[in-house]
Ligand binder design. Structure first.
Ligand code: AMP
Length: 396
C-alpha cells in the first residue's frame, strides 16, 4: 500500500482530499471535530516535511450551488487553531482565485478550498472538473475514508492525473488496515453486532458476514423483522414486511454455516415513541397491538453481553434501540460496556461509523475501544467485500 510515508514532501504541493463534513450548530460552530482531528497526522507529516497543503472537502449536501450554510469558510478558524498555523481559504474550489492562491502557497502553508459539492460535477465524477482540481497540486493524497465508497471527481477520478504521485493518507491506511484485519485475520471467536433501523440497509453485510463470523448478534429495529418472520406478535414495532422471507433465509444460512445467530428474546416495550412513554420489559414476540419495542430487554442485554465478553474480535454497527432517547439507550449502553470490557481483556473492537460511533461517543467510550471508524457507508461496503472507488483509484 503506497502511503505518505513513501514520500518526502519537501518542496511538494500536496492536493489532499479530506472528509471535513463536520456537524455545525446554527451559529456555525463545529459540534464534533473528530473528522478534522482524524486528518491532522497526515497534514502534519506533509507540513513537517516542508510541503504545502491544498485541502479539498465537501460539507453537507448542497443542492443548488454555493450556499452560505454549506460554506467551508465556517471551519477555517477552528482548523487554524488545531493545526497551529493560519489556514488560507479560497472562495471557490476551481477557477482563477483557487489557482493563484495555490500557486502562491509556500512550504508549510495550508489552503482550504471551498465546498466541492457546490459543483454538481463533483458527484458526477466529471473528468474536466477533476482535471481542474488536479492542476492545483503536484501530488495527490486521499485521506477521506468517509467518502471512499463514492466515485466522485475528488475521491477517485482526480487520481488519474497523478499516475505516479498518489498516496493514501494515514487515516485511510489505518481504516483499511483495521478493516482488512477484521475481515481476513480475526482472532476467534469473531462476533459481529448489528443493529439500527432497517434490515434492508444491512442485508448484504449480514449475508457477507455469515461467511466470516462465529457469532452474529442482531438487535435494534431490524430484529423485529426476524421476530415477525418467526410468527411473533410485534405490535407497532419497526418491521419490513417485504423482508420476512429474507430474514428466514438468513436464519437458515446461519444454521448451514454453523454461525451462532443471536436474536433478542425480550424488548423494552413502550406505549408510544417518546422518552416519557410508559415502558416495561417483556417478550418481544408478544407485544400488544398498540405498543412497540424500542430497545432490547434486560435478558437479551445479558445474553449479548456474555457472547461479547467471550469474543476476541468484535465488529459493531448500529444501535440496539432508539439510543437518542435515554429511556431506550440502556441496551446500546449495555453492549457498549461489554465491548469496552472485552477490549480491556484483549479483544480487538472495531466500531462502524455513523450511529454506533455517535453512541460510543455519547457514552464517553471512544478511547476505550480499539478503533472507531470514520466511515459509515464506506466501512459497510468494504465489509460487504465491495471495492471502494477511492481505494482502487490509489492502488491502480
Ligand atoms: P441505522 O441508520 O440503520 O443504523 O439506524 C439507526 C437508527 O435506528 C437510530 O436512529 C435509532 O433510533 C433507530 N432504532 C434503533 N432501534 C430501533 C427500534 N427498536 N425502533 C425504532 N427505531 C430504532
Amino acid at each position: 500500500m503506497k502511503t505518505i510515508d513513501d514520500l518526502n514532501f519537501n518542496g511538494k504541493k500536496a492536493l489532499v482530499r479530506v472528509d471535513f463534513n463536520v456537524p455545525l450548530d446554527e451559529d456555525f460552530h463545529i459540534t464534533d471535530d473528530n473528522r478534522i482531528v482524524g486528518a491532522l497526522p497526515t497534514l502534519k507529516k506533509i507540513l513537517n516535511d516542508g510541503g504545502a497543503v491544498v485541502l479539498m472537502s465537501h460539507l453537507g449536501r448542497p443542492k443548488d450551488g454555493p450556499t452560505d450554510k454549506f460554506s467551508l469558510k465556517h471551519i477555517v478558524t477552528h482548523l487554524s487553531e488545531v493545526l497551529g498555523r493560519q489556514v488560507y481559504f479560497a472562495d471557490d474550489c476551481i477557477g482563477e482565485e483557487a489557482k493563484s492562491k495555490a500557486e502562491r502557497l509556500q512550504s508549510g502553508e495550508v489552503l482550504l478550498l471551498e465546498n466541492l459539492r457546490f459543483y454538481k460535477e463533483e458527484e458526477q465524477g466529471d473528468r474536466g472538473f477533476a482535471e481542474k482540481l488536479a492542476s492545483l497540486g503536484d501530488v495527490y493524497v486521499n485521506d477521506a475514508f468517509g467518502t471512499a465508497h463514492r466515485a466522485h471527481a475528488s475521491t477517485a477520478v482526480v487520481a488519474d492525473f497523478f499516475p505516479e504521485n498518489k498516496y493514501f493518507g494515514y487515516l485511510m491506511a489505518k481504516e483499511i488496515e483495521n478493516a482488512e484485519m477484521v475481515l481476513n485475520n480475526p482472532a476467534r471467536p469473531f462476533t459481529a453486532i448489528m443493529g439500527g433501523a432497517k434490515v434492508s440497509d444491512k442485508l448484504e453485510l449480514i449475508d457477507a458476514l455469515l461467511e466470516k463470523v462465529d457469532n452474529l448478534i442482531i438487535g435494534g429495529g431490524m430484529a423485529y423483522t426476524f421476530v415477525k418472520a418467526k410468527g411473533g406478535e410485534i405490535g407497532q414495532s419497526l418491521v419490513e414486511l417485504d423482508k420476512l422471507d429474507l430474514a428466514n433465509e438468513l436464519v437458515k444460512k446461519a444454521e448451514e454455516k454453523g454461525v451462532n445467530l443471536v436474536l433478542p428474546t425480550d424488548a423494552q416495550i413502550a406505549d408510544r415513541f417518546a422518552n416519557d412513554a410508559n415502558v416495561y420489559d417483556g417478550p418481544n414476540d408478544q407485544i400488544p397491538a398498540d405498543q412497540q419495542g424500542l430497545d432490547i430487554g434486560k435478558d437479551s442485554a445479558e445474553h449479548f453481553k456474555d457472547v461479547i465478553m467471550a469474543s476476541n474480535t468484535l465488529l459493531w454497527n448500529g444501535p440496539m434501540g432508539v439510543f437518542e432517547m435515554d429511556t431506550f439507550a440502556k441496551g446500546t449502553r449495555a453492549v457498549a460496556n461489554a465491548v469496552v470490557a472485552a477490549t480491556e481483556r484483549g479483544a480487538f473492537s472495531l466500531i462502524g461509523g455513523g450511529d454506533s460511533a455517535a453512541a460510543v461517543s455519547k457514552f464517553g467510550m471512544t478511547e476505550h475501544v480499539s478503533y472507531v471508524s470514520t466511515g459509515g457507508g464506506a466501512l459497510l461496503e468494504y465489509m460487504e467485500g465491495k471495492t471502494l472507488p477511492g481505494v482502487k483509484a490509489i492502488l491502480d
